[in-house]
Design a protein around this ligand. Structure first.
Ligand code: ADP
Ligand code: MG
Length: 615
């Protein structure tokens, strides 16, 4: 009994440490791996960045035979194979980009039993004769990545995945595992049933991403607001999502003018252009990509430090998935939504174009939830996770604008009453601009013609500017205190809730950003432990050179997390370097000396200054 424990425990941790260079497992990884090693089927839903690849790559290294990974995108396959190779795992892929000779050579390696990992697309699995070949070689495990693609109920159904539905029958003795980042319980059951998984060990991990900081800002001077964020992360990667191709192009041009290294990405660009731009971003050749939601699937880039939504997303699923591309390396990253009420009618217009029926209602409800996310005084994390049916245990999540108090709740009942009184005294027949004109005591022709300067509320709010009153109106709309009626010239109407507030039976409060003095420093928002930033710049440059030499993206050489750890611990000999997270044996051999040399040189140059500052 004891013996089996020892032989099970040691190789698993040893491999984690030596091959991947990690000191500990992320949540659920160990249990999944142990079940796989016991040859059980596995089904796992884990968030983006949760570390799903390790769950099958580690057993692939330990088990006899080849692990076959089914993955939907060629670009993703290539990066995953590169990452495995960097860790010294023998890995390759078969897909349409290979010549017949190259494919034959992969088959040879399969037969020689010299491959730990083989990546294929589902189309390949379906090709006549392919499973026959697999049956003649030793397969340790099947790992189906992005497994939600097999379900019509999911948001990303791919008919090619259906060919996998005979996999457990065709390979009755081989464990089959399925991984995804998005599956409702309904989709989960569908996947398990379609793949015929045999009483799988099942994990539904928490969707919480503790290293992501969520905040919402009202969209005012978008250009300045976006630039402020980019400048907080000099030289570091970020994604800006926009809804239309034009706005993507416009934003990219604007940023380029400001000296930011940026490229656009949207479905209107040729396939070649999209590939080039994605690759440039992946390889840290540009820092920022401005994109429509067409961008994202198919990149595993781990060092994205911020994701900005410059327009309102249509629903929380999409929003969560897009923000999820930040901070896969587990280092702090920021997700900012610029919320402007002017974006709502555009989305509503699209929803109205949908054929009448349940789908339209669902889309409309989802939009309402998205608006609530942006406008309610509730912890952002609690709202996001709540949407997926998960509760947040902590009252204060500590990493969103609400919980860190960069926004404060202020009572706006009196201001709300001024607006609503102006509405009510003009019989709720006017729109936002006119109501604000009344409240601020504007001298317009329309006001004179309608004699609205004679009503009691005229000028009641003239000590505040129009922006303030626009803010109040937006808040009241968001909280359903008032609503807009009519499409072309919408007029403001009171809701039941509004009437209660107008007559003093209820109060209303709004979220306001605190003045800049009280704002969190970017360091606090970034939540980074201190590190030597000057050294980081040098190591990053070195990483880029080495990555280019190997023809892989820089984050595959070492993650930002790994570089930062070097910038705290200054490893100056091979054994110290081996102790850094993300430095496994293969990477130590390949890159250890170069990094030690750079760190030692840096220390020598800076010794004088550090001695002085230490005194
Ligand atoms: P997923 O496929 O679930 O989105 P990945 O497999 O791409 O996530 O992993 C995300 C990042 O986390 C990668 O950079 C990976 O190297 C890193 N990672 C995975 N497991 C661990 C671990 N146990 N410790 C530290 N980093 C890890
Ligand atoms: Mg993955």
């Amino acid at each position: 009994m004891k013996d089996t424990c020892v032989t099970m425990t040691l190789p698993v941790f040893d491999t984690l440490k030596k091959v991947f260079g990690f000191q500990s497992f992320r949540p659920n990884q160990e249990e999944i791996i142990r079940n796989i090693l016991e040859r059980k089927d596995v089904f796992a839903v884990m968030p983006t960045g949760g570390g799903k690849s390790l769950c099958y790559q580690l057993p692939a290294r330990l088990m006899k035979g080849t692990t076959v990974v089914i993955s939907p995108l060629i670009s993703l396959m290539k990066d995953q194979v590169d990452a495995a190779l960097e860790n010294g795992i023998s890995a390759t892929f078969i897909n349409s980009s290979l010549s017949p000779e190259e494919t034959t050579s992969v088959f040879r390696r399969l037969r020689n039993n010299s491959l730990d990992l083989l990546y294929i697309a589902p189309e390949r699995y379906a090709m006549p004769g392919f499973t026959e070949i697999l049956k003649t070689v030793s397969i340790s495990l099947f790992a189906i990545d992005e497994a939600h693609c097999i379900s019509e109920w999911g948001h990303d159904f791919r008919p090619d995945y259906m060919s996998l539905s005979d996999i457990t029958k065709t390979f009755p003795d081989t464990p089959v595992t399925a991984f995804t980042a998005t599956a409702t319980p309904k989709v989960q059951n569908d996947i398990i049933r379609k793949l015929g998984l045999r009483s799988p060990f099942t994990i539904r991990a928490s969707f919480n991403r503790p290293n992501l900081y969520y905040r919402v800002e009202s969209k005012r001077e978008l250009k300045t607001q976006v630039l402020d964020i980019i400048r907080k992360y000099p030289g570091e990667p970020g994604i800006i999502y926009r809804t239309t191709r034009d706005s993507v192009t416009h934003m990219a041009d604007m940023l380029k003018e400001k000296g930011i290294r940026v490229l656009p990405y949207h479905a209107g660009l040729s396939q070649e252009e999209r590939k080039i731009n994605q690759e440039a971003f992946n390889r840290d050749e540009v820092n920022v990509i401005t994109a429509t939601i067409a961008f994202g699937m198919g990149i595993d880039k781990s060092n994205v430090r911020f994701v900005i939504h410059a327009d309102l997303p249509k629903n929380i699923e999409g929003y969560y998935q897009e923000t999820g591309r930040a901070g896969r390396d587990g280092e702090p990253a920021e997700c900012v939504l610029f919320f402007g009420r002017q974006d709502i009618p555009k989305i509503k217009y699209f929803i109205d174009q949908m054929p009448d029926g349940p789908e339209r209602t669902v889309a409309s409800d989802k939009l309402t939830q998205m608006i609530q996310y942006a406008s309610h005084n509730v912890c952002r994390r609690r709202q996001l996770l709540g949407y997926f049916g998960e509760e947040v245990a902590d009252k204060n999540c500590g990493t969103c604008d609400i919980c860190t108090g960069t926004v404060e709740k202020v009572d706006v009942t009196t201001d709300a009453q001024i607006i609503m009184s102006a509405m009510s005294r003009t019989e709720q027949r006017f729109g936002i601009v006119h109501i604000i004109d009344i409240v601020t005591g504007a001298d317009t022709r329309r006001i004179r013609e309608l004699e609205h300067h004679k009503i009691k509320t005229y000028g009641a709010g003239k000590d505040r500017d129009k922006n303030h009153w626009r803010f109040i109106v937006d808040e009241l709309l968001a909280q359903d205190v008032i609503h807009q009626d009519g499409d072309r010239y919408p007029i403001l109407k009171l809701t039941e809730k509004g009437k209660h507030i107008l007559f003093g039976k209820e109060k209303v409060s709004a979220l306001k950003r605190q003045d800049s003095k009280k704002k969190l420093s970017s360091g606090k928002i970034r939540g980074l432990e201190q590190y030597d930033e000057a050294l980081f710049e040098r190591l990053r440059a070195l990483r880029k050179t080495l990555a280019d030499g190997q023809g892989v993206p820089p984050y595959i050489v070492f993650s930002d997390k790994t570089l930062r750890e070097m910038c705290r611990r200054y490893p100056s000999a091979m054994p110290d370097m081996a102790g850094i997270t993300g430095v496994g044996t293969a990477k130590l051999e390949r890159y250890g000396r170069d990094f030690i040399k750079e760190i030692t040189a840096y220390l020598a140059e800076h010794q004088a200054t550090s001695i002085v500052s230490a005194q």
